[in-house]
Design a protein around this ligand. Sequence first.
Ligand SMILES: Cc1cc2nc3c(=O)[nH]c(=O)nc-3n(C[C@H](O)[C@H](O)[C@H](O)COP(=O)(O)O)c2cc1C
Length: 213
Amino acid sequence: MLEAHRYRYATKKFDSTKKVSDEDFNTIMEAARLSPSSFGFEPWKFLLINSEKIREELKPFSWGAVNSLNGASHFVIGLIKKNITVDSPLVKHIIEDVWGSTLEEKKRHLHFFQEFQENDFKLLNNPRALFDWSSKQSYLALANMMTTAAFLGIDSCPIEGFNHEKAEQYFSEIGVLDTSEYGISFMVSFGYRDEVQPPKTRQSMSEILEVIS
Ligand SMILES: Cc1cc2nc3c(=O)[nH]c(=O)nc-3n(C[C@H](O)[C@H](O)[C@H](O)COP(=O)(O)O)c2cc1C
């Protein structure tokens, strides 16, 4: 069970001659699609960047992605939906189209969602807090994608090493990102290593787990 977790590491050098198959990439994306999200609202979307031109143009403001852009087989941008509240079109879409239910039937669920946002986590009227809340959900998808890749013997690198403003501006200018609706949460690459995996270093279990009886 832990084999995949030990196999996965943030790959710095990819073999540019090796490509992840469509079947495997679909499995990785399916892991994203099946990921859990707060209240089940799936506040994410993914851009698969297949254009060499775009990959080149990302480099100047994506220092943490350069290794991946140079050799990874697949390069994905994780987007999140901004400003999700009880009245958002996404919430209506999920309830009606995805769950096959109605706003009336889900009144209780929506009540708890409203309470959660307003009082429990105090997210309302704070675009940054709402952005980060959506972003948290998308990181679950990110983790599942990378672990699933590792199970398939595929390497990956999660990426936050980019200038957020410049990246959003870039994708907006090339017409693939409407920043009034979506924001960039993360980048992630997939491919095959062309280096020896460094030893895993982590804090000990006793440092990170405190049992409260
Ligand atoms: C959210 C997130 C963002 C990261 N951003 C980058 C990045 O931009 N570039 C990079 O090479 N590694 C990046 N990493 C990799 C971490 O440095 C790496 O996961 C950590 O040092 C632990 O090492 P390991 O994943 O190889 O076990 C990121 C990791 C996470 C979880």
